[in-house]
Design a protein around this ligand. Structure first.
Ligand SMILES: NCc1[nH]cc(CCC(=O)O)c1CC(=O)O
Length: 304
């Protein structure tokens, strides 16, 4: 039996589900693996400041720190929460086959759509796209893990809230009433999980290579390259979805103003075996067709 791998996990139900999924896939391939709960660390234990290591993601940083400290051997992240540049010393080992990438609306009936609705979300991307489509609605802020957000929706008088389908499906929280938002562009890499390991850990890299889904890897790579080219270190409302069909990748991406009034969309396809630079090219098209001005305005109001 080869060396047992330690999978770090945070304690939210979704994080635990995702870590257990990787554990059982590894075990099915004959690789022993155990879960290691990781509490929010004192980030100071590393010998360098976090920013020097490029550790930035608010959801991913606890596990990335544990990985670099060698407290764990691998971390499982919701890929959409992973910053486009990985921390120094951490590499992508596998991207698991993607689940439903779309957003869904959880509601108590849809009459409010044609009235003055109140919709809850903490995401700039969801807010902008919702207001673009329903300009008379009000958006209220909703944060916390998936379970917390569901509970808050039940406790408040809001008409609906927006969630990633994949998150609710994984933990069995999909309610009776929901609508799939086919028209809403999801976050880049939504619905995919990324497993990361320490650079040079050949044992872990090899064990995880069997879990990689090349098609999901290609699609999410395009989406994240698009995001990286647009964001420039700020969280603008950006959506992207790449889908592979018959050897081609069809990409749709969008950049929105914070109030949803303006948007620039791009739709393009490329050969699936020639995607280097494709995401960047899509981003360039957005920037050249009015996206540059939207991005400048977003940056200005977020920095205030
Ligand atoms: N930012 C939180 C987060 N990160 C990943 C998921 C869902 C799972 C996924 O998209 O892979 C969610 C919840 C949500 O957006 O509703």
């Amino acid at each position: 039996m080869s060396k047992r791998l330690r999978i770090g996990t945070r304690d939210s139900e979704l994080a635990l589900w995702q870590a257990r999924r990787v554990q059982s896939l590894l075990q099915a391939g004959g690789q022993d693996a155990e879960l290691m709960p990781v509490k929010s660390t004192g980030d100071l234990i590393l010998d360098k400041p976090l920013y020097e290591l490029g550790i930035t993601g608010i959801f991913t940083k606890t596990l990335d720190v544990a990985l670099l400290r060698k407290d764990i051997d691998l971390a499982v992240h919701s890929m959409k929460d992973v910053p486009t540049a990985l921390p120094k010393g951490i590499v992508q080992a596998a991207v698991l086959k993607r689940a439903n990438p779309l957003d869904i609306l959880v509601h108590k009936g849809l009459d409010f759509l044609n009235a003055e609705g109140v919709v809850a979300t903490g995401s700039l991307r969801r807010k902008a796209q919702w207001l673009h489509r329903y300009p008379l609605h009000e958006i209220v802020d909703l944060r916390g893990n998936v379970n917390t957000r569901m509970q808050k929706l039940a406790d408040h008088g809001w008409d609906a809230a927006i969630f990633a389908a994949a998150g609710l499906e994984r933990i069995g929280l999909l309610p009776d009433q929901f609508s799939t938002l086919q028209w809403m562009l999801p976050a880049p890499a939504q619905g995919a999980m990324m497993v990361v390991v320490r650079e040079g850990d050949t044992h872990a890299l090899e064990a995880l290579s069997g879990l990689n889904d090349p098609e999901t890897e290609r699609c999410t790579a395009v989406e994240r390259e698009f995001l990286r080219e647009l964001e420039g270190g700020c969280t603008a409302p950006i959506g992207a979805l790449a889908v592979e069909e018959q050897g081609r990748i069809r990409f749709r991406g969008g950049l929105f103003s914070l109030d949803g009034a303006d948007k620039v969309l791009v739709e393009k396809d490329a050969k699936a075996d020639a995607i280097a630079g494709f995401g960047r090219q899509c981003a360039r098209e957005i920037l050249d067709s009015g996206g540059g001005a939207i991005l400048a305005a977003v940056k200005k109001s977020l920095s205030r």
